[in-house]
Write a protein of this length. Structure first.
Length: 329
């Protein structure tokens, strides 16, 4: 899997690492682990992302090694890089503001990822859809190079693993995931410390926002679907951010009989963000794909650049039809 990538990495000097818009623990943890490893290999890496680092992941970035894309400052860096490593995505549009600069650069692009959708963004790809997190592939990458893990890499990879596996509970979690986690603990990772950084730094505003999301939950299709929403006013009145909604959609699956859960929220621009979660055989990825969204079988997202309320009503209808036709008994 890493043979061709190995040759390219060994013969290259400057690297730009990046991940998707609104990065999560897996995207950021994978970047920090890879960055630290490339430094050990005496390479010159930079991490440049479309979006800033969300508050709960700032502990991964104490020296501000993760930079937020500024065209004036970074376009020359992207243009001159030998290699651009795109982590945790394989479709260029999810690079958002950075898409043009990345695609126009003569640099070789390597994708390391575990998503199903792929538009040929990478010249070289290490994509394993069965992997529960990109971090597992980064771990394998470092092992392939016979690299040594240090505590910084271990903390970054552990953060990525717990966030993308829902603390090791999602279906994609496999024995290898736990074996890797065990090794990371032996290197000094304290699970409770990482959990506290990521999941216990919320403001009271975030709890109030969650309260609103819970209060708005509505069942459909005999409780097989549960959906909820947050409007712009819900964010402004609780002083919470869009990025604070991570994990909210999971509550829609905690209800008995619930097989498909949705959170809609209104973006800053008044558009519509849809997060879908499902259980077992219920495939939300193939639903999301019809509308330009992507993700995994049990966790997908769609961004629709259309006004929030009518779009939400329309999408609820479409999900109901999709679910009734395929899964309702
Ligand atoms: Mn991921």
């Amino acid at each position: 899997m890493f043979k061709k990538i190995e040759r390219l990495v060994k013969t290259s000097k400057s690297f730009v690492l990046t991940t998707h818009l609104n990065p999560d623990g897996d995207g950021l943890g994978s970047e920090v682990a890879m960055y630290t490893f490339l430094k050990m290999m005496k390479k010159k890496p930079r991490i440049i992302n479309t979006s800033p680092v969300p508050k709960q992941y700032r502990f991964l970035n104490p020296k501000n090694e993760i930079e937020t894309y500024d065209p004036v400052k970074h376009d020359p860096v992207i243009k001159k890089a030998d290699v651009i490593m795109v982590l945790d995505i394989s479709v260029s549009k999810r690079l958002d503001r950075m898409q043009q600069a990345v695609m126009a650069s003569p640099a070789k692009r390597i994708c390391i990822d575990h998503h199903l959708d792929n538009d040929g963004l990478g010249h070289l790809n290490c994509v394993d859809e069965k992997s529960p997190a990109t971090a597992e592939l980064i771990y394998n990458f470092i092992k392939h190079f016979k690299g040594k893990l240090n505590l910084k890499i271990a903390q970054a990879l552990y953060t990525a693993l717990i966030t993308d596996t829902g603390n090791f509970r999602f279906n994609a979690t496999r024995p290898a995931t736990h074996l890797i986690a065990a090794e990371l603990m032996k290197l000094g990772v304290k699970p409770n410390d990482i959990y506290a950084e990521v999941f216990e730094q919320g403001s009271s505003g975030v709890m109030k926002l969650l309260g609103r999301a819970l209060a708005h939950i509505k069942p459909e299709c005999d409780g097989g679907i549960n959906w909820t929403y947050l409007k712009s006013t819900d964010f402004s009145e609780t002083s919470a951010q869009r990025s604070d909604t991570e994990g909210f959609v999971d509550y829609t699956l905690k209800i008995e009989k619930s097989n498909l859960g949705i959170l809609f929220y209104e973006t800053q621009e008044g558009f519509t963000k849809v997060s879908l979660r499902s259980k077992g055989n219920v495939d939300v990825q193939s639903f999301a794909k019809q509308f330009g969204g992507g993700g995994h079988k049990n966790a997908s997202g769609i961004t629709l650049k259309t006004p929030f309320e009518p779009t939400m009503t329309d999408m609820v209808d479409k999900v109901k039809k999709y679910y009734s036709a395929k899964y309702a008994k």
